[in-house]
Design a binder for this molecule. Structure first.
Ligand code: FE2
Length: 365
């Protein structure tokens, strides 16, 4: 008998959420094509086989190997993976349509996940386990997708020169901080999601006024990624920086040039702890409508919500688990506990277009 359930891993590394790199190298178009063809050939056969789940993932961390191996050992279901940029996978799933071998789409950022949901790619999952384990704000209201880890958009500051750091996203627009704030481009999905949450909480008019205030407080034109904003504090160019928490932890625990040596001067604030809680974003996954191995896909999603998988999943990128009560990794625990904004993350997707428009209107680069 021919056995076709060999694990397949393809990594197309540009723009992957990859540990220690903000922007990874890019493959030439021909290599991509070759990979895509190899992929199509490899996945075509096992798509309908028993004991398989086909995962399209925009995430790759070292701990993922253990994550998938444990699932395979526990269930006998082989995980066939394709790892690529979220945008490529999204387009690919759309193009493959009803013939797609993909069972699960795993990606980062609620805005991207919501876009896949809006495009009708996901099927609703009825799972008592997922309902119980994943808090309501971390899943789609119709259970089209589920979040598995949380990342916090945090405020960082120079301990040497900032006595009273901003305590909220709203404070970032306070004239008291004129010329002090560094943040990456408004076109980045992290900032679009933050803006989307501001719109959800304050309405478009106030969100626009906030964007104007934030722009007026910039220390420099937006440039670079989140790590570069933190480096700006070390170099003295920025007194305040906005970045996802894990970029700071990479600098704290590893050797990030321009950051680690001077990281002691950087303080941090979990924003809005006095009111609605900090804006969080997520890694999340959903079962695809055309999934050929739907039952296995649901098993996989349920496995991701287990205690053990939650730790692997979160620790891979210094993130906070989605499931309450799962302990924090030692490095993440150094930041302390925080209160998350309970806004349902599907709102971030709903407000993406408005977020882009408002940033454009105020001329925020
Ligand atoms: Fe990131």
């Amino acid at each position: 008998m021919l056995l076709l359930t060999v694990s397949v891993v393809f990594i197309i590394p540009d723009a992957l959420e990859r540990q220690n790199t903000e922007s990874a190298m890019t493959l030439p178009p021909l290599s991509r094509l070759a990979l895509a063809c190899a992929l199509a050939a490899s996945l075509a056969a096992p798509a309908l086989a028993e004991g398989v789940v086909n995962l399209y993932s925009a995430r790759h961390y070292d701990t993922d190997e253990a994550l998938y191996a444990e699932f395979e050992a526990a269930t006998g279901i082989t995980v066939n993976r394709i790892e690529a940029d979220a945008e490529e996978l999204f387009e690919r799933i759309k193009a493959e349509g009803a013939n797609s071998p993909a069972d699960v789409f795993l990606t980062v950022d609620a805005g991207r996940i919501a876009r896949a949901a809006d495009a009708g790619l996901f099927a609703s999952v009825d799972s008592e386990t997922l309902d119980r384990r994943i808090p309501a704000y971390l899943r789609h209201p119709d259970n089209l997708w589920f979040a598995y880890s949380q990342r916090v958009r945090m405020i960082f500051f120079d301990r040497d020169t900032v006595d009273r750091p901003p305590q909220s996203y709203e404070d970032l627009a306070d004239p008291r901080y004129r010329g002090m704030v560094c943040i990456r481009s408004s076109s980045n999905i992290y900032n679009l999601s933050l803006m989307a949450s501001m719109i959800a909480h304050h309405g478009e008019a106030d969100a626009k006024a906030w964007a104007e205030g934030l722009k007026a407080n910039l220390a420099r034109d937006p440039k670079g990624g989140d790590t570069d904003q933190l480096k700006g504090i070390v170099s003295g160019e920025c007194r305040i920086a906005v970045a996802n928490h894990y970029y700071f932890l990479r600098g704290l625990t590893g050797e990030v040039r321009g950051l680690t040596a001077g990281i002691g001067r950087i303080g941090w604030v979990f924003p809005n702890q006095g009111d609605r809680g900090a804006h969080v974003n997520v890694s999340g996954a959903g079962v695809l409508k055309a999934a050929p191995n739907r039952d296995n896909a649901v098993k996989f999603l349920e496995y991701l919500a287990s205690d053990g998988a939650q730790r692997y999943f979160a620790d891979g990128n210094f993130e906070f688990p989605a499931v309450p009560g799962v302990g924090l990794g030692a490095d993440v625990a150094r930041l302390g506990l925080f209160r998350a904004d309970g806004l349902n993350l599907s709102a971030l997707g709903d407000n993406q277009a408005a977020a882009t428009r408002i940033f454009d209107e105020v001329g925020f680069k």
